[in-house]
Design a protein. Structure first.
Length: 374
């Protein structure tokens, strides 16, 4: 099949969507948020589509949409859109959308490190996230004192593909097969895709899904490529965004457990007579929260049923190594519990020795009193 070349316009049109997830707090209070950054807060909704039954359940975070801005991007002045979603698990996700029109996929590689007027988009998003953190602090349970590094993900959204020589839409799967190396270069941030090995090109693009001939989702570790109609692409973005938020939360739990383990190792090394009470309290809270979070992760596909979005989520989850993260976090939690069980047993043994010594001393004192009185 011969693909038609540029005929009065760019071959590829769409948006690059940048997702930034931040851990905000241990949890969110169940109080409604009416306004954020001067914008009304609304519930995020996904309408029914070809992939979702009307009875499907989606978690609905609270969301604001910021006014569109015109900024100088890689291709000149463009209109960018920003949204902020607030999740009840104590996290926020900031979405930045930048439109593009290019002739070649290689031209999109520069969008991985997006800059506006010489300032990195990540830096601007961090400033925005800090503003959100300060405003949401009254609604947070145990808010973080400062935001850590965000969990970032980039999605290249194509609203249409080049047409064939007869002017008919090219099938998405066939387009991927013919442009596999270029797609791999885009996802792996390689400006020279020809330099990639066949193994790398195949591995980066092998986890793809397609529902109709005209749509496609290719997921890699750091970026994804989505081909779909503009009206249907938001639900795909939301599935990826949800997985990115979950990854950020797992990372936050991992850091929290690392800090707790460090204290536990110090306590074991110093043979503290009594374990830290705050560690026991935090350990109980982490266990309860992690169990709730694990339940959410393990049951996430039940929200979608055996539908296309569930398969997309599973692919994203596999690329993010979500199950490995869960295993690591659970093992650290288990280790922390075992360390403090050891310390607890040492503490009990210490007091048993004190008790036995006291009994012996009382017995000796009783004997002395008997001898003196006799």
């Amino acid at each position: 099949m011969q693909v038609q070349q540029n005929t009065g316009g760019k071959r590829y049109k769409g948006e690059v969507v940048y997702l930034y997830a931040f851990d905000l707090a241990y949890d969110m209070k169940r109080e409604p948020i009416s306004e954020l950054l001067g914008q009304p807060v609304k519930e995020y909704l996904i309408g029914p589509s070809k992939r979702s039954p009307k009875t499907v359940f989606f978690y609905r975070p609270q969301m604001i949409r910021l006014p569109a801005e015109h900024r100088a991007g890689p291709q000149g002045i463009v209109e960018i859109e920003q949204t902020v979603k607030v999740f009840s698990v104590g996290a926020i996700s900031i979405q930045l959308r930048v439109p593009f029109e290019v002739d070649r996929l290689e031209e999109l590689v520069q969008y991985h490190n997006l800059k506006f007027d010489g300032v990195g988009a990540e830096d601007e998003v961090n400033v925005l996230a800090e503003r959100v953190r300060r405003e949401l602090e009254p609604y947070c349970v145990k808010p973080v004192q400062s935001l850590g590094k965000s969990e970032e993900y980039t999605v290249f959204c194509f609203y249409e593909l080049p047409k064939d020589a007869d002017g008919q839409p090219i099938h998405a799967e066939r387009w991927l097969a013919e442009n596999r190396r270029e797609v791999a270069g885009l996802l792996t941030e390689e400006e020279e895709p020809a330099a990639l090995s066949e193994q790398e090109a195949t591995e980066s693009t092998e986890q793809y899904l397609s529902y109709y001939h005209t749509d496609l989702v290719v997921v890699d570790w750091d970026a994804a490529l989505v081909v779909d109609e503009p009206a249907d692409i938001d639900e795909m973005l939301y599935i990826i965004e949800l997985a990115n938020v979950q990854l950020a939360e797992l990372g936050a739990y991992d850091r929290l457990l690392d800090a707790s383990l460090q204290l536990a190792y110090q306590d074991v090394g110093q043979r503290r007579a009594k374990p830290r009470q705050e560690i026991h309290r935090n350990l109980r809270e982490i266990r309860v929260d992690l169990e709730r979070f694990n339940d959410e992760l393990s049951n996430i596909t039940k929200f979608f049923g055996d539908w296309h979005l569930a398969r997309v989520y599973r692919n994203v989850s596999a690329r993010f190594h979500m199950s490995d993260w869960q295993t690591v976090v659970n093992e650290k939690l288990k280790t922390l519990g075992e360390l403090y069980q050891l310390l607890q047993q040492d503490w009990v043994n210490f007091w048993m020795v004190i008790l036995e010594t006291t009994i012996v001393l009382l017995f000796i004192l009783d004997l002395i009193i008997i001898v003196l009185m006799g």
